[in-house]
Design a protein around this ligand. Structure first.
Ligand SMILES: Cc1ncc(C[n+]2csc(CCOP(=O)(O)OP(=O)(O)O)c2C)c(N)n1
Length: 698
């Protein structure tokens, strides 16, 4: 051994971390810094699309990125560029996203810089990330819950004990949904690390303005949450802290929060520039530059200036080269703009027996219960959770009765009253390979979940370029049933139907419920299943036909296929005396009752699925009948029904003998409690009959 080598090995022994790791981190830090500077120097090109960089956050981010394993999972945020470098993504790949190029490995040019979605051999899985601050906390916790579930059932592939890392800015931690995620993590002891990067800024709001406590103090309120504070500007402290945290979670299968203080040295984003609002604070933050810190550390521990310079030069050259390559890379082909709204579903044909010989009649709520039962029996990755669906009650409609007893509390369980969590967690559950069925207790309470449904679930398949469709079946009891009042009777389908990227299913009888619930479960996309409470037990007068023979276990109906429940006579259609009612849910029964004396003149189409809609069936019936009546339980103004009527008018104008008729509830904000008032507000068979005659006589 030469004298020089002996000296170096002595110095190396004083290092807190292996020298190779430190030098690698230094190189990546130089890379990140040079990337940020390059984006600034080439603002015209690089700020065409808004982006944030990790400038100031590199140490804690690299500490995380360098230590996650391929069998781990991550949910990152828009500033986590250096986590991605640490994981092994090339600057070139990140720049492809910056410039929205075709080969952007995350989204094919569909979403912003540093919004990863990654499913690649040798890397942790990173599902699609929205830009909504804090919102990844729930899907991330859902991943941890999915892992815990798979472990509890012995279904986890491989021996490794995966952990989830959820990275958040300090400003996002005060958001309500983050509290829902923390609550579940401690309640169910989930293997997750919440990494909070605290630069003391939101956009222009400071920590002082936004919170009475920092994330470390806040976490103390979540009993069972282990806490750790690290200097996020110091690579060594960050690396050792993250190492400990990962070890803790791997072993204990319980959550930990790391609070990492770090400076913000760049702009908030390319669009919100530091010179507009930072003032003196910038020079204060500059003192904590992680790159300087690591450099001093390395020099103080015997590293040569020339070695560090060489590493830096290498990083500079790499970034320059990657930048030129990214600039020259292809844009996405324009004609691909509409691919991947949904992943293809395997369910294309109606199968099984709808009414087996000797079969018994079943009410709609039990058809759903039996369908879930059969699904749980066949699919060990399937689980069912929501408010009060657990063993003690089995659902407020007894729609889950006996399931927890049969399949255990790990598979069928109560959640806290956290609608955002219930829905948003399915994104994470799906990413780790479980198949969640969840329930929102009443449609009137779906609103807290809308954010997750829109931001995380609906956009994931499209924005990840098809990599992360979300398998999620969301059951939602809906509709008025006589005296349920303003918060237990509402209809919400129009709002749901404005969300692209989710399917909406609305069965009107037991057999359809069973077949459609199965198809919804096997669909690889998010499906909201609307279940009318008035049809659950056929208790509402006129709905006895919602009770049907129970289909067999194999029965399944593809989504997007309407059902003709009543067919007008051919001669009435021929002579122009007939019309078609297009409806769903309770509307089917109002239409039947209203037309019992003129059934030869009225065809009734039950849509069964509202998105995808069976447009072919509607257009065909319009063409044949020339008169169309769209019927809904919702207030009509600006509803799905009105929109459908508009589409029929536009597309089938030449076949129409009358305006497309519509009927729905009165245009009021809520269904009043008193049944007489409710009756005034909602459609019913008489109202339908009156309006139908207006159409038939037009
Ligand atoms: C739900 C939501 N509200 C508002 C915004 C706009 N916005 C983007 S970043 C940001 C500040 C976030 O601060 P912090 O979480 O501390 O992260 P930092 O940028 O400081 O790293 C805001 C308000 C958003 N993206 N999402």
């Amino acid at each position: 051994m030469s004298v020089e080598e002996t000296t170096r090995s002595k110095k190396k022994s004083k290092l807190d971390i292996d020298r190779d790791i430190l030098l690698n981190a230094y190189g990546l830090m130089c890379t990140a810094r040079r990337m940020a500077d390059t984006y600034e120097e080439n603002r015209d090109v690089c700020s065409k699309y808004v982006h944030s960089t990790s400038k100031g956050h590199e140490a804690i981010q690299l500490a995380a990125g360098l230590q996650l394993q391929p069998y781990d999972y991550a949910a990152l945020y828009y500033r986590d560029e250096s986590v991605l470098l640490g994981l092994g993504l090339a600057p070139y790949e990140l720049m492809l996203q910056l410039m929205a190029k075709r080969d952007d490995p995350f989204s094919g040019g569909r979403t912003y810089y540093s919004h990863p979605s990654l499913k690649r051999e040798g890397f942790p899985v990173i599902p699609h990330q929205s830009s909504a601050t804090g919102m990844q906390a729930i899907p991330a916790t859902g991943m941890a819950q999915g892992i815990a579930y798979l472990e509890s059932q012995g279904l986890m592939k491989g021996e490794e004990r995966s952990v989830v890392m959820c990275s958040l800015g300090d400003g996002s931690v005060t958001e309500g949904e983050v509290a829902e995620a923390f609550q579940m993590a401690v309640l169910r002891k989930l293997p997750i690390i919440y990494l909070i990067q605290d630069n003391d800024w939101g956009i222009s709001a400071t920590g002082k303005e936004m919170r009475a406590m920092d994330a470390y103090e806040y976490a103390a309120g979540f009993k069972g949450m282990e806490r750790m504070a690290v200097d996020g500007a110091d690579f060594v402290d960050s690396y050792l802290g993250v190492k400990k945290a990962i070890e803790y979670v791997r072993k204990k299968r319980s959550p930990i929060l790391i609070h990492a203080k770090c400076p913000l040295l760049g702009h908030h984003t390319s669009g919100v520039r530091k010179e507009w609002y930072r003032g003196d604070d910038l020079s204060h933050h500059q003192k904590f530059d992680p790159l300087d810190k690591l450099k001093y550390y390395l020099l103080a521990h015997g590293e040569d200036e020339s070695t560090l310079q060489e590493i830096q030069q290498h990083a500079i050259a790499k970034v320059a080269d990657d930048y030129q390559r990214a600039l020259a890379a292809e844009d996405p082909a324009e004609e691909t703009f509409d691919t991947h709204e949904f992943a293809p579903t395997p369910i294309q044909e109606e199968q099984g027996q709808r009414a087996p010989l000797g079969g018994e009649k079943v009410v709609m709520v039990d058809a759903a219960l039996h369908a879930v039962d059969e699904i749980l029996k066949r699919n060990p990755e399937a689980l069912f959770y929501g408010q009060d669906v657990g063993g003690r009650l089995g659902g407020v409609f007894r729609e889950a009765a006996t399931l927890a007893q049969k399949y255990g509390d790990q598979r069928v369980f109560n959640t806290p009253i956290q609608e955002a969590y219930i829905v948003g967690s399915t994104a994470g559950m799906s990413a780790v390979g479980t198949k969640p069925i969840v329930e929102i207790q009443f449609a009137d309470y779906i609103w807290p979940a809308m954010n997750q449904l829109v931001e995380e679930l609906s956009k994931s398949c499209y924005l990840s370029n098809g990599k992360f469709p979300i398998q999620s079946l969301i059951r939602v009891p809906i509709g008025a049933y006589g005296g349920g009042g303003p918060y237990h009777s509402g209809s919400v389908e129009s709002t749901l139907l404005t969300i692209r990227g989710i399917k909406v299913v609305y069965p009107s009888n037991a057999a359809d419920m069973k077949g459609l619930l199965k198809a919804s479960f096997y669909d690889p996309n998010p499906v909201v299943l609307l279940e009318h409470k008035g049809l659950y037990w056929s208790k509402v007068p006129g709905t006895t036909e919602a009770k049907t023979i129970e289909p067999d276990e194999d029965y399944i109906i593809p989504l997007g296929k309407a059902n003709t429940v009543q067919q007008a006579a051919a001669e009435k259609i021929e002579s122009g005396e007939a019309c078609v009612v297009v409806t769903y849910g309770m509307g089917v029964y109002w239409a039947k009752e209203a037309t019992k004396d003129i059934s030869d003149r009225v065809t009734i189409i039950d849509l069964r699925t509202l998105n995808p809609i069976d447009w072919e069936a509607i257009a065909d019936a319009t063409q044949r009948h020339g008169r169309v009546f769209v019927l809904t339980e919702e207030p009509l103004l600006n509803s799905f029904a009105e929109s459908l009527a508009g589409r029929i008018s536009k597309t089938c104008f030449q076949y129409l003998d009358a305006p497309v008729w519509t009927l729905g509830a009165a245009n009021l904000p809520a269904i009043p409690l008193q049944v007489k008032l409710e009756r005034m507000m909602l459609p019913n068979a008489q109202k339908v009959e009156t309006e139908l005659w207006n159409l038939l006589r037009y």
